[in-house]
Design a protein. Structure first.
Length: 340
């Protein structure tokens, strides 16, 4: 667990921002932790992104980051310079990273005698290394994320508006209490449900929440900035990745999806997400639907015997029965890999 203790001034300064650069990093982590096949709704996008990384030479600096996983200092994902920055804004901040920031952060992640080869140039030739990385990110973005970005940006704008309204109407307690199924808020401690054990004290700082389409439930926390603690979480509406992008229209005809023809488009989406067990809140976040709507679909699928419901601790998880898995694998357009 990562437990972040927030004092009152930090809690009162809670803000929300989007970050194209954090989307880049999170998309790479999604590819890294799903080396064979990414789950729906990321499956088609991930295949496209892997082709981009394999076939576009200018993405070479990003391929090094992909191999590194997530063991990287925070200077590579700087705090967004505004609430709605462009990728160009964030890459300008990345290119301008001071040498002293790099020198301060790297020892927190790696010993001097065990510095990974891909990270060494940021110490020995900072300006050139940062410029190469920014150029690689631009090439990767243009080919792998850019075609999806208009729809992603619209979903993120809606997410920010939804959270901002909750913050303005009911305060940070209500906002943090409903942030994500793997986030627990028990004032004054914000707990991220992760295998990593860490305790963080945020005193007279600012809490910045960053919703990400590519999160797939993977929460991250950045604490290297002296004034800001940043926490990313899964934004609503990731299902758009299955509908937007190269060669796709914004609303494909239902007749092209055999599973949707059989059970309806929304229930087909629920079944595809449930190839990995999820809670009602998790399904709602991924699909961009109201929890009440998801509950209605789950009730119908439970009655049909294609979905099961199990309690795990304080959470209720839904998953596929063998009949549901057969529906997705045999009737659905794209093959999936079942999860235990």
């Amino acid at each position: 667990m990562i437990r972040i203790r927030l004092d009152e001034p930090t809690l009162a300064r809670t803000r929300i921002a989007i970050s194209p650069l954090w989307e880049v990093w999170t998309s790479l982590y999604l590819l890294h932790r799903n080396p064979r096949e990414a789950p729906w709704p990321y499956t088609g996008w991930a295949r496209h992104a892997r082709r981009v990384l394999a076939e576009v030479p200018a993405t070479a600096p990003v391929r090094l980051l992909l191999a590194s996983g997530r063991s990287a200092p925070d200077f590579l994902t700087p705090i967004p310079p505004s609430s709605t920055p462009t990728l160009a804004d964030e890459l300008a901040a990345l290119r301008a990273t001071p040498a002293e920031v790099i020198a301060e952060q790297i020892p927190r992640y790696h010993r001097p005698d065990d510095l990974p080869g891909w990270l060494s140039p940021f110490v020995t030739d900072r300006s050139a290394a940062l410029d190469r990385l920014a150029g690689g990110i631009e090439a990767y973005w243009d080919a792998a994320i850019g075609p999806w970005w208009p729809a992603m940006r619209a979903a993120l704008d809606e997410e920010v508006l939804h959270r901002a309204r909750a913050l303005a109407a009911d305060g940070p307690d209500a906002l943090l209490g409903d942030l994500h199924e793997q986030v627990r808020w028990e004032n004054p401690v914000l707990t991220l449900m992760k295998s990593l054990e860490r305790q963080i004290e945020a005193v007279d700082q600012r809490l910045l929440l960053i919703p990400l389409i590519f999160s797939r439930g993977a929460l991250s926390c950045s604490t290297d900035h002296p004034e800001i603690v940043a926490v990313s979480y899964q934004a609503r509406g990731a299902a758009l990745l299955a509908e937007e992008g190269p060669g796709r229209t914004a609303s494909p005809a239902a007749a092209t999806d055999r599973l949707a023809v059989l059970v309806g488009r929304a229930r087909a989406q629920v079944l595809r997400v449930l190839t990995r067990p999820s809670t009602t809140a998790g399904l709602a976040a991924t699909l961009g639907l109201a929890p009440s709507t998801v509950s209605e679909h789950l009730s119908a699928l439970l009655s049909a015997g294609v979905v099961h419901r199990r309690r795990v601790g304080r959470r209720v998880l839904y998953g596929l029965e063998p009949a549901g898995l057969a529906l997705v694998q045999l009737v659905g357009d794209e093959p999936v890999i079942a999860s235990a």
